[in-house]
Design a protein around this ligand. Structure first.
Ligand SMILES: [Mg+2]
Length: 308
């Protein structure tokens, strides 16, 4: 696939510095090394975090008092939520995930508060997200934030290229046990959650070879146990959240909750807001963390009670 540099060279002119930073950080599996990770603070405080919980960010439930204060002071709240691994636990196949009972109502209750906006920002397609969460008060941004309405279109050439790629990749599962291809229409995702590491390595080589001819127009994003080959117009969750925040009221408090490397640019975009990373990770730009979707639900229930 095209590297970020190639992607940048071919990009249309006029990106802001922040957007260029965003594009650079989209490079698969890599966080910018100059990122202000809060390890220094922890060393100074002499606190050793349990290895299983990662180090750096503070537990969002334990830090509830300081978060609650900021929510109370805010006139408006922009809540952004990733979907897989954040609102729902991962399943072997992406179509097997289900929201826990009460989650849909909880999201609706938060979105119904005056001055509060709830937006789901996911790698999934917008229509798929809307099937999972059927509440007209909730907003949806699919394909890593690019698909913010039903009327988004791409050049026909992208769809042709994705069609050819999809056909090539359809041969992969028979040679790579545990690998599943997901046709997302405007992207093709290769899931390797159930593959052995050796099979996953072979599958990656297969994917890179299949996509080699399309590096001008398509790029590979690394998401949770999957590679998602998307059109180059899809610029990631950071660009999407930054744009949404530019449109929001200046007094808004942004809260972003996500579990994946593709959420990292969005954590940076909410700087000054509240960024929360879910699950196991090594490094993050988020200031807070939550253990799993169950803790996310606890956090959202506290938030909803506070907004009343
Ligand atoms: Mg996720």
């Amino acid at each position: 696939m095209g590297t970020t540099r190639e992607f940048l060279n071919e990009g249309t002119a006029g990106e802001t510095e922040a957007e260029l930073t965003e594009l650079r950080s989209l490079r698969p599996g890599r966080l910018r090394t100059e990122a202000p990770i809060e390890e220094a603070e922890i060393k100074t405080a002499g606190v050793r975090e349990p290895a299983s919980r990662g180090k750096g960010p503070a537990d969002a439930i334990e830090s509830w008092e300081e978060i609650e204060r900021r929510v109370q002071q805010a006139k408006n709240v922009q809540l952004y939520l990733d979907f897989d691994g954040t609102l729902v636990a991962y399943q072997p196949r992406p179509d097997q995930v289900r929201l826990e009972p009460g989650m849909e109502e909880l999201l609706g209750a938060i979105a119904d508060h005056p001055g509060v906006t709830v937006t789901i920002v996911s790698g999934r397609r917008r229509a798929v997200l809307m099937r999972h969460i059927q509440n007209p008060a909730v907003k949806f941004m699919g394909l890593y934030g690019w698909e913010d309405s039903d009327a988004k279109h791409l050049p026909a050439r992208r769809e042709r290229e994705l069609g050819i790629l999809r056909k090539k990749l359809s041969e992969l599962p028979s040679q790579a046990p545990g690998v599943v291809i997901e046709d997302k229409g405007l992207s093709v995702a290769v899931h390797f959650r159930d593959a052995t590491p050796a099979v996953a390595r072979r599958a990656r080589a297969f994917v890179d070879k299949a996509a080699a001819g399309f590096r001008r127009d398509l790029q590979t994003l690394e998401t949770h146990k999957a590679w998602d080959i998307v059109p180059r117009e899809v610029r990631g969750k950071g660009a999407a959240v930054r744009q949404a925040l530019r449109r929001a009221k200046k007094s808004s408090l942004a809260i972003y909750i996500g579990d994946d490397t593709t959420d990292e640019p969005a954590f940076e975009a909410t700087r000054g807001g509240i960024a929360i990373r879910v699950g196991e990770f090594e490094r993050t730009h988020a200031r807070y963390r939550l253990r799993d979707p169950e803790e996310v639900r606890d956090f959202l229930a506290r938030l909803e009670a506070k907004l009343r």
